[in-house]
Design a protein around this ligand. Structure first.
Ligand code: AP5
Length: 213
């Protein structure tokens, strides 16, 4: 199964992608996670991406398209994959279609997680993540058992540098200008499924699974 998760920052793409990965045993490919890892590792890619990410803007298309082209050709993607945070604009979507066509493959479902702006701001400002294992928490909806400590590995939880009010506003603007038009792009291809992304994580997961099974 090849799946795209669409939705604004904080819609729950990463949360749902991790659950889908477990259920269907296919990899989650998050361009945001790949870029954050590059920043952490101080690579050339990380140096290019950091300023752009901290400003809430999109990393240049050629960089992310190159990353995805390489990633989906890896062996663990043979039975499928979940794209989380890619594509982010029409150029990226067209390049993805071309690449998949060259490989005689296609996307099966595009799931759009629909949630209002007030809710996403609340989710993002309350989010913390474990830099060691990637586990995700929220101060209200999924608090860690011990304050600022990861339940899974004991790592010290961090807030993402782009999860502040000013940058969240910029990310939401970029989303509505560049990413939201993908809904029309994929609905024309009849692969778009809209899921109401309000409610508990488990409720949303059930809705997503109903759409794709
Ligand atoms: P990226 O990492 O993709 O960030 P994003 O799209 O802004 O999305 P988020 O990760 O913030 O949110 P999410 O929808 O995954 O929500 P989550 O599950 O974490 O991108 C970061 C940056 O990298 C971009 O700004 C850009 O610079 C660059 N980039 C990445 N991809 C790119 C591309 N393709 N092209 C160019 N640049 C690119 O949930 C959020 C919080 O809410 C968590 O705390 C979670 O616990 C909580 N939560 C989740 N579900 C619920 C629920 N149902 N109820 C209550 N709380 C919930």
């Amino acid at each position: 199964m090849r799946l795209i998760l669409l939705g604004p920052p904080g819609a729950g793409k990463g949360t749902q992608a991790k659950m889908l990965k477990e259920k269907f045993q296919i990899p989650q490919i998050s361009t945001g996670d790949i870029l954050r890892q590059a920043v952490k590792d101080n690579t050339e890619l990380g140096a290019k991406a950091k300023t752009v990410m901290d400003a809430g803007q999109l990393v240049p298309d050629n960089i992310v398209i190159g990353l995805i082209k390489e990633r989906i050709r890896q062996g663990d993607c043979k039975t499928g994959f979940i794209l989380d945070g890619f594509p982010r604009n029409i150029t990226q979507a067209k390049k993805l279609s071309e690449t998949l066509q060259d490989m005689n493959l296609a996307i099966d479902n595009v799931i759009d997680l629909e949630v209002d702006e007030g809710e996403v701001v609340e989710r993002l400002t309350g989010r913390s993540t474990c830099p060691e294992c990637g586990a995700m928490f929220h101060q209200v909806s999924r608090p860690p058992k011990v304050n600022e400590v990861c339940d899974s590995c004991g790592g010290k939880l961090e807030q993402r540098p782009d999860d502040n009010k000013e940058t969240i506003e910029k990310r939401l603007k970029v989303y509505s200008e560049s990413t939201a038009p993908l809904k029309e792009f994929y609905s024309k291809q009849e692969s778009l499924r809209t899921v109401e992304a309000k409610g508990t994580v488990e409720e949303i997961f059930s809705r997503v699974c109903l759409m794709i099974e």
